[in-house]
Ligand binder design. Sequence first.
Ligand code: FAD
Ligand code: MG
Ligand code: MG
Ligand code: MG
Ligand code: MG
Length: 546
Amino acid sequence: LLAYSDSSPLKRVLVTDATHSDGQQIRKKKVVVLGSGWSGYSFLNYLNNPNYDVQVVSPRNFFLFTPLLPSVTNGTVEARSIVEPIRGLMRKKGFEYKEAECVKIDASNKKIHCRSKDGSSLKGTTEFDMDYDILVIAVGAKPNTFNTPGVEEHAHFLKEADDALKIRKSVIDCFERASLPDLNEEERKKILHFVVVGGGPTGVEFSAELHDFLVEDVAKIYPKVQEFTRITLLEAGDHILNMFDKRITAFAEEKFQRDGIDLKTGSMVVGVTADEISTKERETGKIVSEPYGMVVWSTGIGSRPVIRDFMQQIGQGQRRVLATDEWLRVEGCDSVYALGDTATINQRRVMEDIAEIFSKADKGKTGTLNKKEFNGVVKDICQRYPQVELYLKKKKLRNIANLLKSANGEDTEVDIENFKQALSEVDSQMKNLPPTAQVASQQGKYLAKCFNRMEKCEEKPEGPLRFRGEGRHRFQPFRYRHFGSFAPLGGEQTAAELPGDWVSIGHSTQWLWYSVYASKLVSWRTRMLVVSDWARRFVFGRDSSS
Ligand code: FAD
Ligand code: MG
Ligand code: MG
Ligand code: MG
Ligand code: MG
């Protein structure tokens, strides 16, 4: 309902390819996109508007298919198979790409400051400034260490392709090291103690992949040291996979137990040194230190420094994550959009707008809503406030009318008090979208579609409240559609939680997982590479060179 007013950034950037009467070309609006990950790539892929001059800045010149990254750590899938170079897309679309990192956003001057990567063969960096008319921030997030001492220095992260390759090399190095002569049992045990911190989907999947590698390959390749290996999974909360259905959590915990993965819940890591990892046990408050060979840190994500600095500039310094409205416009700043893991949508509450909604719906200004008036706004309310739909689903009601009926008996007119009461609980259903590829890619697609229709945005100003039928063109707020989530658990078993409370666990789900991910891969080239990696693994086992 809060749609675009005349002063909306979308309206102001409206451009046409028009030429002046003297034949001079009007400058195209410059859209600068930061990032080539799930949200950025999806945005670029769906953007088809010749009226923009599109410039992409990202420190990596490829898109990375992150769901298969854990499989790279043990060589099930090759890193090359899950990256898609972005130069191809750039050429096809006529966009320009610069391999650099944005290190500063200067929102008041509409400029960004960039720095090239310090490559291994090219020493030193190059710095440059770029200006923009519209900025699309899709830089993702960074691993969150919660400032735990020693993590940055001693632990591995699993976020980028390089990370997965480093982990893979490091695992194999541990086995080679432990196989050297003149080590005592204690030392071999230390070197072969693999610690995973964080029981979210990534930590769990990595533990499972590592376990598969130990059981299926290491046993054959390093038979002498196999008995010394141990995997510990540390989780600060009570359960692993706590964002999943309880049945999945229980299945995963049992499976890990059977597999011999040492799962320690309620233990929070307080420090990592070169040789030891220390945890505080929640129940006893005791601090325990254990020697390790390798630590992988996977406890969630935090904002990148460049985003923190930007938030400070635009008055969002107090927030944890950059906030946008439902159209993905950064709050407190013009012409800047943010999507994916970088930002969260600051969803509006129905209760904040309830008086406005009511008076807008009350066409006859009678102070009550009759059935017709009411029906005129139902669709818009559901569209504008996704929590209404979630609430109805939860209450198993078909539409808002039923909600009102339950508050107010049959078909009588409702006054504002009834109206308020009926909707009083819907805001309790608001929750932030998860930081997933699914959300990021849908947001990229959504924003590209808005940009594609920018010119069609009508001239007529839209008030703060807008209902169906007032003007032909308008941008709907972003709506997320959840297609389900997977949690691969190793041993060719996967758990899936699909829409409609459908939980499925086991070997057949693993095949569903294979086919879903093969189909989600962005190109036929990567699809073929991944499928042949899987086949190669089935036939020959994993490669163990580091
Ligand atoms: P990213 O995809 O991280 O992209 C960020 C981009 O910005 C990158 O190209 C980066 O190089 C670039 N960048 C960084 N800093 C700058 C800068 N300063 N200037 C310019 N560019 C910059 N989600 C699922 O839905 N399903 C899964 O199975 C799943 N598995 C995952 C497994 C792993 C191991 C990981 C790490 C994540 C997984 N995710 C999964 C989550 C998913 O990858 C993220 O939610 C998604 O990548 C977010 O997309 P994004 O575009 O916000 O960020
Ligand atoms: Mg991105
Ligand atoms: Mg990515
Ligand atoms: Mg987000
Ligand atoms: Mg009325």
